[in-house]
Design a protein around this ligand. Structure first.
Ligand SMILES: [Zn+2]
Length: 139
């Protein structure tokens, strides 16, 4: 069951580093769970705006940093797409994240592109987040 990136997902890959874009494009071919791209490149202004949310502006905190790898297009966020909608599966009951991460890691290995998955972070897990490592891809 090969999946395809939606037009919206493709649109959100604009400005993302070509190596990471290739990983996403290959991951959608390998994955056993469909996904959509929810975020790609951000400007510093956009990141500052997000950082203000839940701090100096109303809303829920959505980021903990002003130095996101999204700035300059070194990171993407994705979301599992299940039964016609986004399924965050925060409690891991459905088990969609490991399958998506597996597809990304397989795609990256195949293409020889190093990636890091936010779901592997020890403290605050960020499962939607995949990024190119800063030591290999400096901002
Ligand atoms: Zn992210």
């Amino acid at each position: 069951m090969p999946f395809q990136l939606s037009a919206k997902s493709r649109e959100r890959l604009k400005g993302v580093h070509p190596d990471l874009r290739r990983v996403v494009e290959r991951a959608i071919e390998l994955t056993t769970v469909d996904f959509v791209v929810t975020q790609g490149n951000r400007t510093q202004d956009e990141q500052d705006e997000l950082y203000a949310q839940g701090r100096t502006k109303p809303g829920k905190k959505v980021t903990w940093t002003r130095n996101s790898r999204h700035i300059g297009g070194f990171a993407v966020d994705v979301a599992p797409w299940v039964c016609g909608g986004i399924e965050w599966d925060d409690d891991g009951r459905i088990g969609v994240w490991p399958r998506i991460a597996e597809a990304f890691k397989a795609a990256a290995a195949e293409l020889g592109v190093p990636i890091k998955w936010g779901g592997d972070w020890l403290k605050t897990k960020d499962r939607p987040h995949f990024e190119l490592p800063a030591d290999r891809y400096p901002a």
